[in-house]
Design a protein around this ligand. Structure first.
Ligand code: AMP
Ligand code: MG
Length: 334
């Protein structure tokens, strides 16, 4: 792994791009302060320029190299990074002038986090510069949680993929912004993820934005309705009664725990049932397997993937957010 790490550092220093493991999903990394390098990320991903990137810093201190921390929210910001960094929490703050416009889509703010993945950490500390790293997939498609998934998405477009095994969390970081308020600061969750509202509530009043995604554009640019989508149409059910099969169509079921008494497994003669948490309903297990299972279902060539709803607590919030976005492509294309 030594050689791979130094090769990644060499490529990044030379302004090239590299796919790296993080604790959330695999990222496509570039030197965040080099606009030409960042342009290669957009090109490889076919990502539209209005969708800004997250900047990963090599240390907590390095936050101040890329972002301003306004006095009015200094206390919660410091508390949150002390508690959750390195880890899957991204904070949106006013940007420093050194961050190129291409990274932030021309916005005055930048989204910053610090990864806890040992390989990512080593590369980012050796590089000693902030790294811009969105998920290593083509724009709008399923996020990769293994090196082979990155290969399936971007093979031939990038010079190096570092294999760090499966990602610990399996879902993208939680993105927040903080507004000063009395008696407690307001923590606005722009994208739900592995750090859940219960983890954050002692630091401020929580505001969720995820349920509004389908009807109106979210406040986070890039958090557009259709995202994380398999090529196969996906439908998210609210209850078993919602499913009326069409004659001659083939369906596969995305089930939370594969338990018949939940009412979905025996609803139909499914082409295949794939279970998120075979360990009988554990949200972190489901999260780790989430994008892998979506990818496998997409390979079946069925007419439609039917998804059971998950309970919206803990990481179930983030998975329901991703399922709604995956389903949105279907709704819009009809
Ligand atoms: P990812 O594709 O995982 O790198 O996540 C990038 C997402 O972070 C974007 O799609 C935005 O939703 C969000 N984001 C990045 N920068 C900002 C910003 N300055 N303000 C608000 N959201 C941001
Ligand atoms: Mg992404």
């Amino acid at each position: 792994m030594h050689r791979a790490v130094s090769e990644a550092v060499r490529l990044l220093t030379a302004g090239d791009i590299v796919a790296l493991p993080t604790e959330t999903v695999y990222g496509l990394a570039a030197d965040a302060l080099n606009a030409d390098a960042v342009a290669k990320v957009f090109e490889a991903k076919e990502r539209p320029s209005f969708d800004p990137l997250i900047v990963h810093v090599p240390s907590k201190q390095a936050l101040h190299d890329v972002a301003e921390v306004p006095e009015s929210i200094k206390k919660p910001v410091i508390q949150l990074i002390e508690r959750f960094w390195p880890g899957p929490l991204t904070i949106v703050l006013p940007k420093k002038p050194c961050v190129p416009d291409i990274v932030t889509s021309g916005m005055p703010t930048v989204a910053v986090r610090m990864s806890s993945h040992p390989i990512f950490k080593r590369i980012s500390q050796s590089l000693g510069r902030p790294i811009a790293a969105p998920s290593a997939n083509r724009f709008g498609s399923i996020s990769p949680t293994s090196a082979s998934a990155v290969k399936a998405e971007l093979d031939g477009r990038i010079p190096l993929i570092i294999d760090g095994g499966a990602c610990l969390h399996g879902l993208e970081s939680t993105i927040i912004k903080i507004e000063p308020a009395e008696p407690k600061p307001l923590i606005i969750i722009l994208r739900p993820g592995p750090i859940v509202p219960d983890d954050l509530k002692q630091y401020g009043r929580i505001q969720r934005t995820d349920k509004r995604i389908i009807d109106q554009p979210a406040e986070a640019p890039g958090q557009i309705a259709s995202h994380y989508a398999p090529r196969t149409p996906l439908r998210l059910l609210q209850s078993p009664r919602d499913f009326i099969p069409e004659h001659g169509k083939r369906y596969a079921l995305l089930s939370y725990r594969g338990e018949p008494r939940d009412g979905y497994v025996d609803l139909h003669d499914w082409e295949q049932v794939m279970v998120l948490s075979p360990g009988n309903g554990k949200l972190p297990e489901a999260a780790v397997r989430f994008f892998y299972v979506l990818r496998e279902l997409d390979k079946l060539g069925v007419d439609e993937i039917i998804a059971e709803p998950l309970h919206e607590h803990g990481m179930g919030i983030a998975m329901m957010d991703r399922l709604r976005r995956a389903a949105a492509r279907t709704t819009f294309s009809r």
